[in-house]
Design a protein around this ligand. Structure first.
Ligand code: WTA
Length: 660
């Protein structure tokens, strides 16, 4: 069932309780509408007011928005600030030095607390250490780290000296890592000996060594290694250095590098519909403003909250709602090294109980898998834990189906916590369409209304706005401070991907389809309209997986589509043509398995196809285009309704109809 169909079946509206409204940062719909109206009335004045109220500026900005080089927008450009100063020094200045910034729980359940003052000193020492290795403002540093205080420290240390970090998720292969290191031209890599998740270790440092042995990574002259497990690692004495050795000699204070608000804070690679992953470049000022503001608006964060976002720092959610957002507002947060199902599938609920988390933010896929697990083993059901500390629940990364939404609200939120379905993207920097817990009436399956200041709309193929009730392409009509600035090293691709001429060149194209409710104007996201897949909330390009497959010497051609999956949202199905006859039976299963392992090596385990099907030829149109719609029908096991008269060899439909 599509998101839209199931929404139509769930028509209940959940209004915020009077307690939720009372004392909320945005209290009641009138307050929301007042902010929207303020942004409409005086767009630049609105953003200027917020930037002054929510950030500490070393040099105040005099100009808010510079549109001269649109769509390369600039925000607060002549203002100077430092992101790490804003998050750490400022909290200490406000008297919050002894407040716990991070409650860290390791894979095996060991807990350690880090105060704002501790975090500040750790960041300063590592920042000095980076400088001691010759790293300066504008240099790029790749971070390939487990979920750890050290990973967050590394990001802040880069920000402190104006170095641009690029975090690569620990699940990516050495090849993917090397491509990212090469594309960004990194001079240093920060990593760990090993990562520990679910009781299993992954040799991060060795993967870095493999990546650096590949071509085009020659600029890297420093590898800083955090010792997590003490496992054996290879060593290059003139390049590698232990983090604890390097920071031991450093001062625990460090003068921040004051940078322009437009100075890049980080580049994060994400998948697009064509070609290699794109390096999404974010600014310092605009990005940090939105990270702080959305913590206040969408999560209604208050001084005694215990916030927990279960994302990894390798994704945008970890950047905005672990590293920067919570610290920018001086919150206490839980940071978790492990996985939700280890040592049992009640781990999340147990941790909420243990740390008395008040705000919990996770992905629909995780919830769906825990629903299943709780059905199989009742001792992992949320009802077996005391979750009364919870106040607000959030979801991110993929559509949440109404059934799961209701389960989350009832069983995790005890029927009292609002479920905040946040729509956003790596490119938007933070939430762009999301309910506000003390204001917005909730409808399961809808991310409701745009955040104040975000001019979201739905348009047709030519860029004309569509009325409510008509599905189309989701766009944002005006720039906003935390928007992507460019694709690293590829301005033309930035413009073509996000501000395409077909839509007039002025609308930000999200790449998602959406529809607005006729009566309320609420948005429901209907999924990507390009060749981007969303598997367990992880974003992957079909092209990337296809390129990985055809890089295998036995593969002639490959096409990748997805089919809906109850738990992971989408599942990858690959249609493969080998250079020799198509295999069936056991041989097919064996080759399929080899190819799955191959894709894991080329990209990472998250990109492994769920199914691989073999045939003699891919179905193509007369002009040679792969008939993807047909493949999608085959993947879903639907009967074929498309016109297949152009197919040279209709028997391939039978060949591809079944999985190897
Ligand atoms: C999808 C993750 C429906 C969407 C923050 C988007 C969602 C892509 C939602 C971005 C949501 C994210 N409802 N779909 N609440 N949130 N998406 O860059 O397709 O990893 O374009 O950023 O995830 O994925 P990304």
């Amino acid at each position: 069932m599509s998101a839209v169909e199931s929404v139509l079946q769930e028509r209940r509206v959940f209004h915020p309780s009077s307690e939720a409204v009372l004392g909320a940062t945005v209290s009641g719909m009138a307050a929301y509408h007042a902010l929207v109206a303020e942004a409409d009335r005086d767009f630049e004045g609105f953003w200027a007011r917020l930037a002054r109220e929510h950030l500490a500026w070393h040099t105040p900005f005099t100009k808010v928005l510079d549109e001269r080089d649109a769509p390369f927008y600039k925000w607060f450009e002549d203002g100077e600030l430092n992101a790490s100063y804003n998050c750490l020094d400022r909290q200490i200045g406000l008297g919050h030095g002894e407040k716990v910034a991070i409650i860290f729980e390791s894979d095996d359940g060991t807990v350690s607390n880090v105060t704002y003052r501790d975090l500040y000193h750790r960041v300063c020492r590592l920042a000095n250490a980076l400088r001691s290795r010759g790293i300066r403002k504008g240099d790029r540093v790749v971070i390939y780290m487990p979920m750890s205080v050290e990973g967050i420290t590394a990001m802040h240390a880069c920000a402190r000296i104006g170095a641009i970090h690029s975090v690569v998720f620990g699940g990516f292969s050495s090849k993917s890592l090397s491509e990212r290191i090469a594309d960004i031209g990194a001079v240093a890599v920060i990593t760990a000996d090993e990562q520990v998740r679910g009781g299993k270790t992954l040799p991060l440092k060795n993967i870095v060594d493999e990546a650096l042995a590949m071509e085009l990574c020659g600029a890297v002259n420093t590898v800083i290694v955090y010792r997590r497990t003490g496992g054996t690692v290879g060593w290059h004495a003139n390049r590698d250095v232990w983090m604890h050795d390097l920071v031991a000699a450093q001062s625990d204070t460090c003068e921040p590098e004051w940078v322009s608000a437009e100075h890049p804070l980080f580049v994060l690679y994400t998948s697009g519909s064509t070609g290699k992953p794109k390096g999404v470049q974010h600014s310092t000022g605009g990005y940090l403003l939105w990270a702080a503001l959305t913590m206040k608006w969408t999560f209604d964060i208050r001084p005694d909250d215990v916030f927990w976002c279960t994302a990894d720092i390798g994704w945008i959610t970890g950047h905005t709602y672990i590293t920067y957002g919570p610290t920018a507002v001086g919150a206490t947060q839980v940071v978790f090294e492990g996985i939700p199902t280890y040592p049992h599938a009640g781990r999340f609920w147990e941790m909420i109980q243990k740390h008395k988390a008040t705000i919990f933010y996770t992905a629909p896929t995780a919830i769906r898998s825990l629903v299943k697990a709780a059905e199989a083993d009742i001792s992992t059901h949320p009802k077996c834990f005391d979750l009364s500390s919870l106040r607000i629940l959030g979801t991110v990364g993929e559509p949440i189906n109404p059934e799961t939404w209701i389960w989350y609200r009832e069983h995790v939120g005890g029927g009292r916590c609002p479920v905040i379905d946040t729509f956003w993207q790596t490119e938007t920097g933070g939430h762009v369409i999301a309910p506000l817990p003390g204001a917005t009436p909730l409808v399961p399956g809808s991310c409701t209304l745009p955040m104040p200041g975000i001019h979201a709309a739905i348009v047709d193929e030519t860029g004309h706005e569509l009325p409510n009730g008509q599905g189309g392409a989701l766009v944002i009509k005006r720039p906003w401070p935390s928007m992507i600035r460019t694709i690293w090293g590829d301005r033309a691709r930035f413009k073509a991907s996000y501000f395409p001429d077909e839509l007039g060149g002025k609308l930000y194209l999200a790449g998602d389809g959406a529809i607005r409710d006729r009566a309320t104007g609420y948005f429901t996201i209907t999924g990507r309209t390009d060749d981007v897949l969303n598997v367990s909330g992880h974003r992957l390009g079909t092209m990337e997986i296809e390129s990985a497959l055809v890089a295998n010497p036995i593969v002639a051609e490959a096409a990748v589509v997805s089919r809906p999956d109850e738990t992971t949202g989408e599942a990858i199905v690959a249609f493969v043509v080998l250079k020799r006859t198509w295999p069936t039976g056991e041989e097919g299963a064996r080759i399929a398995n080899e190819l799955r392992v191959w894709v894991a090596k080329e990209i990472g385990p998250i990109a492994k196809p769920r199914e691989i099907r073999f045939g003699e030829n891919l179905p193509k149109t007369r002009s040679g285009k792969i008939m993807r719609r047909l493949l999608r029908s085959l993947a879903k096991g639907e009967s074929i309704t498309q016109d297949v008269s152009t197919l040279e060899n209709p028997s391939i439909l039978d060949q591809f109809g079944t999985s190897a």
